[in-house]
Write a protein that binds this ligand. Structure first.
Ligand code: AMP
Ligand code: GLY
Length: 427
């Protein structure tokens, strides 16, 4: 079988590695791919994830049997509908269902209609009305969210009325996020511990993946600006046992049913970003694709055939899959970033030690911002690598991940040394 993976980050490298293990997969294409993916897939650096027509044409020409989409933007833009119109098989939600991630207001409406626990909110499409609301609101902090996709930058936690007015003006007035910020959701600030729960679904059956936790802030102790994610681990102890059952029962199942009832059935990856509060789980946001870097700590734990699972989900036949064959050992993933990230950074730094790290037992190095330059691998992005490791317990997995990180060198490599601090603080 020929598979096309759309994207070029660490998540897509993890998808390619997992798909390459399937005996049914003989060719993987990746558009655009990266320096690490090039070792196991035929990369198409000329094909960007925004080029839906180019991707359709390529999949037809190359007789691709299944397309798997990494990032949200092409899903929200309707890549699944376009592929299906052409009779091409693709795993992911149709455009109408991808709105769960593409519009925060739509997601809130789905949650309200289906009694899914989330923060109280107000949606505004007029700047004057938003400001009027903020003027009379006395409870802080509040969270201001651009309605549309804003590359992870559309959420501002505001401690004061002045900061809230400024955030609303930047989004709705100055259009810092373009049209994505023309509508804003202002919501209650929730306290607790965050966790990510992913499920693969064909619209009827849910295959729930183990829990994971991301580290969004750039600095140790969860300080500094938000990033795409500086490290992750799975499982997240805050979601073990009864809590996971509760999330499935009160969030995932009602979301799936609600989407179906609304005439916009969901298929693909349903990823709930959650705050585990004292009062139970609350949805912070939905994503309609695999998390990055969560995928890099989930897939090393999955022993089953990912191609079989994603094909069955794409065909509406997920009930034929008996379940996930899981490695019970925990996995820890540490991101190695370029100096300056998430601000401006320089690319083109030679990376050494990749083979030594990858050869370590139970360690896998996923490439994100890398590219081939002759026979060398050089940096080409903010997040450069994610080093993931399994271990008999959390501490062992974490130690091994950092051993892998320490085997790799490039100028300006920056790493958070405290990935998993919440787990360590528990014990
Ligand atoms: P998002 O891009 O929607 O995942 O939001 C980015 C981050 O903002 C989340 O990972 C949370 O840390 C934080 N956040 C979003 N909504 C809330 C909320 N209602 N209360 C507290 N923190 C939030
Ligand atoms: N790790 C957060 C995300 O993928 O959105």
């Amino acid at each position: 079988m020929k598979v096309l993976v759309v994207g070029g980050g660490g998540r897509e490298h993890a998808l390619c590695v997992a798909l390459a293990k399937s005996p049914k997969v003989d060719t993987i294409f990746c558009a655009p791919g990266n320096g690490g993916i090039a070792a196991i897939a035929e990369c198409r650096p000329d094909l960007l994830v925004s080029d839906l027509e180019g991707l359709v044409a390529f999949a037809k020409d190359a007789s691709v049997d299944l397309t798997v989409v990494g990032p949200e933007a092409p899903l929200v833009a309707g890549i699944v509908d376009r592929f299906q119109e052409e009779g091409l098989r693709i795993f992911g939600p149709p455009k109408a269902a991808a709105r769960l991630e593409g519009s925060k207001d739509f997601a809130k409406q789905v949650m309200l209609k289906n009694n899914i626990p989330t923060a109280a909110h107000h949606t505004f499409s007029e700047l004057a009305e938003a400001k009027e609301y903020v003027e009379q609101n006395d409870v802080y902090p509040v969270v201001v969210k651009a309605d549309g996709l804003a590359a992870g930058k559309g959420v501002t936690v505001c401690e004061t009325r002045e900061a809230t007015i400024a955030a609303v003006e930047e989004s709705m007035g100055a259009r810092r996020f373009g049209d994505a910020g023309a509508i804003v959701v202002i919501e209650e600030f929730l306290r607790g511990e965050e966790a990510s729960v992913h499920a693969i679904t064909d619209g009827e059956t849910l295959l729930v993946l183990p829990s994971a936790q991301d580290h969004k802030r750039v600095g140790e102790g969860d300080t500094g600006p938000n990033t795409g994610g500086m490290g992750a681990y799975s499982p997240a102890p805050v979601v073990e046992g009864e809590m996971m059952d509760r999330i499935v029962r009160t969030v995932l199942v009602p979301t799936l049913h609600g989407m179906k009832r609304a005439g916009t059935p969901f298929r693909g990856v349903l990823y709930a970003g959650l705050m585990i509060t004292r009062g139970g789980p609350r949805v912070l946001e939905y994503n309609v694709r695999f998390g990055d870097p969560e995928t890099q700590v989930l897939f090393p734990r999955m022993k089953g055939d990912l191609f079989d699972i994603l094909s069955a989900a794409a065909d509406g036949d997920l009930s034929s899959i008996e379940g996930l064959d899981l490695d019970e050992r925990p996995c820890v993933g540490v991101v190695v970033a370029s100096e300056g990230y998430p601000g401006p950074y320089q690319g083109g730094k030679e990376i050494v030690g990749l083979e030594a790290a990858n050869a370590m037992e139970d360690v896998v190095v996923y490439h994100a911002g890398t590219r081939l330059s002759g026979d060398r691998i050089v940096t080409a992005g903010g997040r450069v690598l994610c080093v993931s490791a399994l271990g008999d317990d959390f501490q062992a997995a974490r130690d091994r991940a950092y051993e892998g990180v320490d085997a790799i060198h490039f100028t300006g490599a920056s790493v958070r040394r405290d990935i998993g601090w919440r787990v360590l603080a528990r014990t």
